[in-house]
Write a protein that binds this ligand. Sequence first.
Ligand SMILES: Nc1ncnc2c1ncn2[C@@H]1O[C@H](COP(=O)(O)OP(=O)(O)OP(=O)(O)O)[C@@H](O)[C@H]1O
Ligand SMILES: [Mg+2]
Length: 239
Amino acid sequence: MAILQAVSLAKRFGPVTAVDDVSLTVGEGEIAGLLGPNGAGKSTTLHMLLGLVTPDSGTVRMFGRELAGNRAEVLSRVNFSASYLGLPGVLQVREVLDAFARLYGLRHPARRVAELTGQLDLGPLLKRKVTELSSGQQTRVQLAKALLNEPSLLILDEPTAALDPDAGDRIRRLLVETARESGRAMLITSHNMREVERMCDRIHFMAGGRIIATGTAAQLADDFGVADLEEVFLKVARR
Ligand SMILES: Nc1ncnc2c1ncn2[C@@H]1O[C@H](COP(=O)(O)OP(=O)(O)OP(=O)(O)O)[C@@H](O)[C@H]1O
Ligand SMILES: [Mg+2]
């Protein structure tokens, strides 16, 4: 079943057409990647899927229901993480996670926070204020927040951008594992082509607001007559 189905999404900001006729689906347990050069329209697309930006046209369906008109119900099964989202800086990490756990109405908030503290290695950070964390540490807290409600659909805008290779590798493993085990669907953007090759079952390549190619990393490399995704990217970006 399609967890997410976007049909013909479009968004203009004044003279700029940020997203132009974008359609995509993400199935249960699928990790889908949204790639493309800076300004291609990736974040704007994600923001429309999340109801943060209202599309000029097109529809978003999640779990078989339309987002418009079923917003609270649909979005309770979704979560989002991005490096540009601020967390309440005056709070300690534990306070942030407790607050979101309560906001999401979790049945066992303390248990879930403890679980994620272990998985994301947040133990040493729990008593630190968010503003005092390094960007990689903040990223891990963001991810913990995004996993709190065990979302059926996880939308991640450049989730590992600030992480060192070791932390990045751990987070990728954790995300892939949870997708495989729980059937969680994910849609991620990234400028790290190796990461996308490793994680994504299917990749949607965007340029100039449109999806110009879709396939596995190997299929895309084949279609473009190059060796790997990095070369596909360079070909798309430079044409
Ligand atoms: N709120 C906004 N107001 C005006 N223009 C916007 C707004 N948000 C995005 N844009 C424009 O829409 C286009 C697409 O931006 P978007 O952030 O979706 O790109 P992106 O693919 O996420 O790029 P990046 O890889 O740099 O994150 C850009 O030209 C951008 O300047
Ligand atoms: Mg972006």
